[in-house]
Design a protein around this ligand. Structure first.
Ligand SMILES: CCC/C=C/C(=O)SCCNC(=O)CCNC(=O)[C@H](O)C(C)(C)COP(=O)([O-])OP(=O)([O-])OC[C@H]1O[C@@H](n2cnc3c(N)ncnc32)[C@H](O)[C@@H]1OP(=O)([O-])[O-]
Length: 196
């Protein structure tokens, strides 16, 4: 399991890979933090796209690690704060599911592009916990308190088209989600240069 990085023009594409659903295990979090940190510092990189392998963005915390005493040296909160603070535009490309900590990671990105088949949600309540990696702050900020509360207390999976209407995602595409995210990043960069 690892996050890998490739370059498309000046956009770094970081792929989260932990089959089958890219659950955020301790070692995956370390790997994301490393790749993201390196991309943030690399002066040849102007924007970053975060995406998932295996047809999914990320199904959240690794349930198989719940109750284990692994020292949490790289918390998802640390990663999310670094993503949000990044000086370069960061775009999430969401295929499959972005659930729980996976959606919280996507919410920390500056923009979100979703495949039309994707689903997003905060299902924590269904397993007796609350979103704890920024979702209870970032989601209401993005879509307002009533809509965010509805998602948080019901834990339902919201289809991409509804997520677009609610404002959880910025764009929905039928195919080539990662390419669309790269395009969006390049468009944002173009706007930045046009304003200077
Ligand atoms: C870090 C900060 C705090 C964050 C907290 C959270 O994120 S809380 C929220 C945490 N997230 C959730 O509560 C989401 C819970 N997951 C789901 O809702 C569904 O599994 C699904 C929609 C992701 C896929 O549905 P589907 O019908 O297409 O497939 P399926 O259900 O048959 O699963 C396929 C395989 O994936 C495995 N696996 C799945 N999720 C996890 C996971 N999180 N972990 C590990 N493994 C996971 C599953 O065991 C199975 O493995 P197996 O047995 O083949 O070796």
């Amino acid at each position: 399991m690892a996050a890998t990085r490739r370059l498309s023009h000046s956009v770094a594409v970081i792929t989260i890979n932990h089959p089958p659903v890219n659950a955020l295990s301790h070692s995956l979090r370390r790997s994301i933090a490393k790749e993201f940190g390196d991309a943030s510092k690399d002066s040849s990189i102007e924007a970053i796209v975060l995406c998932g392998a295996n047809g999914n963005f990320c199904a959240g915390a690794d349930i198989k690690e719940f109750g284990s005493s692994t020292l949490d040296s790289v918390s998802l909160n640390n990663i999310n704060d670094a993503v949000e603070r990044c000086q370069k535009p960061v775009v999430a490309a969401i295929e499959g599911v972005a659930l729980g900590g996976g959606l919280e990671l996507a919410l920390s990105c500056h923009y979100r592009v979703a495949n039309v088949q994707a689903r997003v949600g905060l299902p924590e309540v269904l397993i007796g916990i609350l979103p704890a990696a920024g979702g209870t702050q970032r989601l209401p900020r993005l879509i307002g308190i009533p809509a965010a509360l509805d998602m948080i207390v019901r834990g339902r999976h919201v289809p991409a088209t509804e997520a677009l209407q609610l404002g959880v995602v910025d764009e929905v595409v039928k195919a080539n989600t990662i390419d669309a995210a790269i395009q969006l990043a390049r468009k944002v960069l173009g706007e930045k240069y046009n304003h200077h």
